[in-house]
Design a protein around this ligand. Structure first.
Ligand SMILES: Nc1ncnc2c1ncn2[C@@H]1O[C@H](COP(=O)(O)OP(=O)(O)OP(=O)(O)O)[C@@H](O)[C@H]1O
Ligand SMILES: [Mg+2]
Length: 165
């Protein structure tokens, strides 16, 4: 059953994103709705727009520096208004627990916001998500991307409730 449209608590939001700017704008919107300590996991095949969304999120919060893909570094750290954002990319993870062996678990569970690309590669070892973002290429001849955001916690539901319909 669908929740009534007036419902404050929302468990999912879907969007079609016609171009790169739309992906970045969704990231910016999500960024404004985040609470400290949230975990955002981003799913979608290679080139589906995960890094673009994270870049839009960070830029939307005022970060003006470079936002590069952490594919080779596993994680990049950003500090915005005294809040830490850890941007992970587990594409190159060989074993799910390699990131823990690398000492990265300490970034979770505090006030920092963790944004994770390819979380499925760390399956079984990651703390639970608050919001999952799924990005996909639409069926041809449509272009752009389709986004589905789902909440997986109370904080996630509060977050999605703030997004435009
Ligand atoms: N809505 C959109 N429509 C068309 N192109 C888009 C859209 N969003 C992002 N792109 C483009 O998709 C390309 C890949 O984006 P991006 O690097 O963010 O993907 P990714 O999901 O992070 O990939 P990877 O899994 O390799 O890290 C970029 O060239 C970007 O401009
Ligand atoms: Mg990426």
């Amino acid at each position: 059953m669908h929740a009534p449209s007036s419902s404050v608590s929302r468990t999912s939001v879907s969007r079609s994103l016609p171009d790169e700017a739309a992906t970045a704008a969704l990231g910016a919107e999500l960024g404004r709705a985040l609470e400290p300590g949230m975990n955002i996991y981003l799913y979608g095949e290679l080139g589906s727009g995960k890094t673009t969304l994270v870049r839009g999120l960070l830029r939307g919060l005022g970060y003006t520096g470079k936002v590069k893909s952490p594919t080779y570094t596993l994680v990049e750290l950003y500090e915005i208004s005294r809040l830490y954002f850890y941007h992970f990319d587990f594409y190159r993870l060989e074993h799910p627990k390699d990131w823990i062996d690398a000492g990265l678990l300490e970034h979770f569970g505090g006030v920092a916001i963790c944004l994770v690309e390819w979380p499925q590669n760390a399956q079984g070892t990651l703390p639970p998500a608050d919001v999952e973002v799924h990005l996909a290429l639409p069926v041809a001849p449509a272009t752009g991307r389709d986004a589905l955001l789902t909440a997986a916690s109370d904080a996630g539901r509060r977050c999605l409730s703030v997004l435009r319909r």
